[in-house]
Design a protein around this ligand. Structure first.
Ligand SMILES: NC(=O)c1ccc[n+]([C@@H]2O[C@H](COP(=O)([O-])OP(=O)(O)OC[C@H]3O[C@@H](n4cnc5c(N)ncnc54)[C@H](O)[C@@H]3O)[C@@H](O)[C@H]2O)c1
Ligand SMILES: [Zn+2]
Ligand SMILES: [Zn+2]
Length: 315
């Protein structure tokens, strides 16, 4: 491993939201590294190659992989830092390397590359593509963590007219403004619905993207969605949420869920290399791998620490 980082999902694991993760598991599903050793089945990489690790392991051959949905790969999917040891370590074993790693281009920025393991494909696939954002849309993103902000950056590929970002953390909302939000709302006062309705002439939004992973924010999406709208859930949920079909049955809405497939990594990599997408701005802190506990403390208290993505370097 050269560099890795911590995801909001790792925080969910620490809260016991994900029972698949056994006690003692090495966490982490993001990062870049240099190949130290290859298995017998690997044909596309050699010792010494610099590689980007996808958070999704894909065999490339099973029914789900062939359908473009490797998140549900029969022998892979999201297993790193979940059911097998992950990337927050000096070394990691990547199964199906040929179809789960990407070569890092010569002049690539390493911190930017780390953002391609998970947060950019997640924001883009689960939020923007599943939300079917179109030019002129009004899009609300609930949650301005790294995932919400990655969604905010990639939503702009489609030129939405209004981009409303909602969070409880003023610092993150400030960052959202810099990253292209047209309106930001701190929902701590319980008036977010009222404010969104005022901004949309009482119609609600075309796309509501949930990037927190708690019941309250999925409920908020249901309250602000306009007729014909899309609710795209990204958050990892540990508890059930009430679905208000008594209101929504007649609203022609679409609700989507998705575990990131990381099938858009090649296109996002090209966009980053062309300078059209600048994910390095999501990195706020650097630590050495030995200081991983400090890094967790910083990322886990993101409001206090004004933290977004923390990079851990194995030096
Ligand atoms: N579907 C997938 O494949 C996938 C992949 C990666 C991450 N995720 C999930 O995406 C979510 C976001 O990840 P992240 O890394 O940005 O996490 P994060 O914890 O850094 O960010 C969450 C944000 O939500 C805000 N928030 C908390 N409660 C809120 C509330 N009541 N109202 C409004 N905002 C509130 C926080 O202030 C924070 O800014 C997590 O649930 C994570 O597990 C899903
Ligand atoms: Zn993640
Ligand atoms: Zn597969």
């Amino acid at each position: 491993m050269t560099k890795t980082t911590i995801c909001g999902t790792d925080l969910h694991i620490l809260k016991s939201d994900l029972p698949s993760v056994a006690v003692g598991r090495i966490l982490g599903h993001e990062g870049i590294g240099v190949i130290d050793e290859i298995g017998a089945g690997v044909t596309r990489f050699r010792r010494g190659d610099r590689v980007l690790i996808s958070c999704i392991t894909a065999c490339g051959k099973c029914e789900y992989c062939r359908r473009g949905m490797p998140s549900h790969c029969e022998q892979g999917g999201w297993i790193l830092g979940n059911t097998i040891d992950g990337t927050q370590a000096e070394f990691v074993r990547i199964p199906f390397a040929d179809t789960s790693l990407y070569p890092i281009p010569e002049n690539a920025d390493e911190d930017a590359m780390v953002m391609l393991s998970d947060i950019l494909p997640t924001g883009y696939e689960c939020g923007v593509l599943n939300g079917a954002v179109k030019p002129g849309d009004t899009v609300a993103i609930i949650g301005a963590g790294p995932i919400g902000l990655a969604t905010l950056l990639t939503t702009q590929f489609y030129a939405p007219a209004n981009l409303i970002v909602i969070d409880l953390d003023d610092n993150r909302l400030e960052v959202a403004k810099k990253f292209g939000a047209t309106e930001v709302i701190n929902s701590a006062d319980g008036k977010a619905v009222e404010k969104v309705m005022a901004m949309t002439a009482g119609k609600g939004v075309d796309v509501a993207i949930e990037a927190v992973g708690i019941a309250a924010t999925f409920e908020l999406c249901q309250e602000i969605i306009g007729a014909g709208g899309h609710i795209a859930n990204i958050g990892v949920h540990g508890t059930s949420v009430t679905l208000h079909l008594e209101k929504l049955w007649s609203q022609n809405i679409t609700i989507t869920t998705r575990l990131v497939d990381a099938v858009t990594t090649p296109l996002l990599l090209k966009t980053v290399m062309a300078g059209k997408l600048k994910p390095k701005q999501l990195v706020t802190h650097h630590f050495t791998l030995n200081d991983v506990m400090k890094a967790y403390d910083t990322f886990g208290n993101a409001g206090r620490e004004r933290a977004l993505k923390v990079i851990l370097t194995n030096s």
